[in-house]
Design a protein around this ligand. Structure first.
Ligand code: BEZ
Ligand code: FE
Length: 277
């Protein structure tokens, strides 16, 4: 502990001393053996080897420890009825296509079409026009576009809320899928008997001037994976939404004919907190 006493950055000193205290307490608590220490170093080395600009095994490790959600919790203090945040995940990309309100994010991704609509408001209930809404999701086989090798752009887009803060788009009814589990984190989950599967979800990132950026998802009410558990602890009750399957013959909001495939609809009203001062 004293080796950090001379650190002139008070925050760095606090973080390093606390980390040291907890790390030593952990080693004493489990009486860590030298073989286990070596296995730990081997694990971290393997995580480093598989990590590149597309694959981030350390973030995955943080996710399956619940450390990502804990960090989100301490940094997104509840404010009024602001929509809760959850994990970002590794599958957001910057250059998604823009769609108009009512557009379709599928871009060829397979799955049951789903109409998603809602509003963006602030804590006082005032509409937030022109909020930028990024959405992304896996296809029905459980893969994001970036997990395919053919450079497709599918299951992602961004749009802006209208003058009344309203938005709507076509997406896909989400289905459960596993986090990447072909590396050291997957081996870790297998050795402790944990599933890599995430509860079905659709990602959102919502930004608007002077308001706190919201990174979140919506989950599917009734998804059996909700009871089994989400491998990265991302579920919040407030984010579980009813995805209503529509009876054949029900007209779609924009006249699109989906009788042969069926469709669903859901509503997600987004409330943004003020940006931190
Ligand atoms: C995801 O939802 O995309 C995700 C989140 C955490 C780890 C892996 C994937
Ligand atoms: Fe995801």
């Amino acid at each position: 502990m004293a080796s950090f006493d001379g650190c002139t950055d008070p925050r760095l000193k606090q973080v390093m001393q606390s980390l040291t205290r907890h790390l030593h307490a952990f080693i004493r608590d489990v009486r860590l053996t030298e073989k286990e220490w070596e296995a730990g170093i081997g694990f971290l080395t393997a995580a480093g080897h598989i990590t590149d600009d597309k694959r981030q095994e350390f973030v995955l490790l943080s996710d399956v420890f619940g450390a990502s959600m804990q960090t989100i919790a301490v940094n997104n203090e509840a404010q009024g009825n602001a929509t809760e945040a959850t994990v970002f995940g590794p599958f957001f990309v910057e250059d998604a296509p823009r769609i108009p309100i009512g557009g379709d994010i599928a871009g060829g991704a397979t799955g049951q079409p789903c109409w998603i609509e809602g509003t963006v408001t602030d804590l006082a209930g005032h509409p937030v026009p022109n909020a930028r809404i990024e959405v992304w999701e896996a296809d029905e086989d459980g893969f994001y576009d970036v997990q395919y090798t053919d450079a497709r752009v599918a299951g992602r887009a961004y749009l802006y809320s209208d003058a009344e803060g309203k938005y709507a788009f076509w997406g896909l009814t989400p289905t459960p899928y596993p986090i990447p589990h072909d590396g050291p984190v997957g081996q870790l989950l297998a050795s402790v008997g944990r599933s890599p599967v995430r509860a079905s979800h659709l990602h959102f990132m919502v930004t608007a001037p002077s308001l706190r950026t919201l990174v979140t998802h919506i989950f599917v009410e009734g998804d059996p994976q909700l009871a089994i558990g989400d491998s990265v602890f991302g579920v919040k009750d407030s984010l579980i939404k009813r995805f209503e399957p529509q009876a054949p013959g029900t007209p779609t909001p924009d006249g699109r004919d989906l009788d042969s495939v069926g469709w669903a609809r859901t509503r997600f009203d987004i409330v943004l907190a003020p940006a931190d001062a």
